[in-house]
Design a protein around this ligand. Structure first.
Ligand code: GRF
Length: 217
């Protein structure tokens, strides 16, 4: 039988719980994808164990083994190209990708970011949201463009900030939301409910306004 599933390659740097949520969604037919490979820039991380357990080919391309970012990215590029993926899924991939790299994959790199972008791009988002006395925090899946954490958002999940939250508690609730929305974002793109064109996300369905908004109470 011909395999009609859309192929993806996952890039990660750590625990890979988002990667696991995507594996689970593909196993229970919520997502019609084939995860062709996983690439980690960090050796020994749990995300690689998860790949092993699922018999998904994995590879470490350790940025510390390269004398420059462009050499590291060249290696990353040639590994990804082996699989001709439809989408590249960044799932806790903690390296900033250069414009030159992103040019190779216009509109087909997705990222999950733990904040309600455009609020709190960059690192330490949970701590910053608490310090800013926000009522709501959350996460965003977006298209990766040359400007960090600024590509068109596909979907967001709002998570209320509670009175006794610290950044660890808040992060753990946001992570649950991340697991919920990444698979939905991938599906919205793969099924062409949303189309990326001229740096924008377009929907032909009037009821589908981006970013799609979900709330986790
Ligand atoms: C997530 O919070 C993601 O938003 C951020 O890094 C974390 C990765 O978690 N970019 P995991 O490796 O998927 O568990």
């Amino acid at each position: 039988m011909q395999n009609t599933k859309d192929s993806v390659v996952v890039l990660l740097s750590g625990s890979g719980s988002n990667f696991q949520a995507i594996i689970d969604a593909s196993k229970n037919n919520e997502l019609d994808i084939k995860i062709k490979a996983v690439i980690s820039n960090t050796p020994g991380v749990k995300g690689l164990e998860r790949a092993n357990r699922e018999n998904i080919p994995s590879k470490v391309i350790n940025n510390n083994d390269y004398s420059s970012r462009s050499k590291f990215e060249k290696s990353l590029l040639s590994e990804i190209k082996k699989y001709s993926p439809k989408y590249i899924i960044l799932a806790g991939f903690m390296r900033v990708l250069s414009s030159e790299f992103i040019d190779n994959f216009n509109g087909v790199i997705l990222n999950i970011h733990p904040s309600l972008l455009p609020k709190f791009p960059g690192l330490n988002t949970h701590k910053r949201a608490l310090e800013a006395n926000e009522e709501w925090h959350g996460c965003t899946v977006h298209i990766v463009t040359k400007e960090l954490d600024a590509g068109p958002p596909i979907i967001q999940c709002r998570v209320p900030i509670k009175k006794d939250d610290d950044d660890r508690l808040l992060a753990s609730r946001v992570l649950i939301a991340e697991h919920l929305i990444y698979k939905k974002a991938i599906k919205l793109m793969l099924t062409k409910q949303l189309i990326y064109k001229n740096n924008k996300l377009i929907s032909l369905n009037e009821d589908l306004i981006t970013p799609v908004q979900i709330t986790l109470e």
